[in-house]
Design a protein around this ligand. Structure first.
Ligand code: 5RP
Length: 235
């Protein structure tokens, strides 16, 4: 099976998992290619849920296209579950997220949910976090100041750039990637993360940081992970 097939498999398993929730609940839904597989698998059963809360404009668009009701997080006080992918997950459920740039809304919705159900293929499982560059969303005018602070952590910090089309390349060769919140993203590569909870808190203290893509406080409660032999459920 290739990676796309593994994503489809775990998306279907997540669908079975959330259909065990009582009818009429509101579900938090993440962002990325694995989350998209989950959304597509869940579409025929959308009436099981009173609505969804979405972690990005891209996810909202996909949910609406399938006919799901999408609620503003301000209309919702609690969610039974939030389902999302990850860029890396360790054996304790700590994650790096934000490869797709939706880390801030993902963390907000994860914080509202009783359970974080992480869905991924086994390539995302690691012994310790840091092989994937750690994303940090920042207020654009604080980019320089935050970058200097992040460099003290020992990694290499780079501004994430928008994927440029050929026409863009002629005009704006290095436009920053802009998040749904108007933030920019600094990616820290080469970090060896030994204490995710402490590092998450340290980076959150830097003035100008909106969110760090370390999910240690909001770590996964359930992991559905696919590999060649099927899907395992780890808690
Ligand atoms: C987006 C995310 C995604 O969950 C993460 O990047 C994994 O994406 P994919 O399922 O496409 O591998 O955090 O901000």
């Amino acid at each position: 099976m290739n990676q796309d097939q593994l994503k489809l498999l775990v998306g279907q398993a997540a669908c079975e998992e959330v259909l065990r929730l009582p009818r009429g609940q509101i579900l938090g839904i993440g962002t990325g290619s694995t989350a998209n597989c989950f959304i597509d698998a869940l579409a025929p059963y959308k009436d099981h849920f009173a609505g969804t809360v979405s972690s990005s404009n891209a996810t909202t668009g996909r949910l609406l296209k399938h006919g799901f009701k999408v609620l503003d997080p301000n209309e919702v006080s609690t969610l039974p579950a939030y389902v999302d992918g990850a860029d890396e997950i360790d054996g304790s459920g700590n994650m790096i997220k934000g490869g797709g740039g939706a880390l801030t809304r993902e963390k907000i919705i994860a914080s509202m949910a009783q359970q974080f159900i992480c869905i991924c293929d086994s390539s995302k499982q690691v012994k310790s976090l840091g092989g994937f560059a750690l994303p940090v969303e920042v207020i654009p005018l604080a980019k320089g100041a935050v970058q200097r602070e992040l460099e003290k952590l020992g990694g290499t910090v780079s501004l994430r750039l928008a994927k440029a089309t050929r026409e863009d390349l002629d005009q704006t060769p290095s436009a920053p990637f802009v998040t749904d919140n108007g933030g920019w993203i600094l990616d820290i590569s080469g970090l060896k993360i030994t204490n995710p909870l402490k590092l998450e808190s340290e980076i959150n203290q830097i003035a100008g940081v909106i969110t760090v893509g370390l999910f240690a406080k909001e770590k996964a409660d359930i992991l559905l992970v696919s590999n060649e032999s099927g899907v395992s459920r780890l808690t």
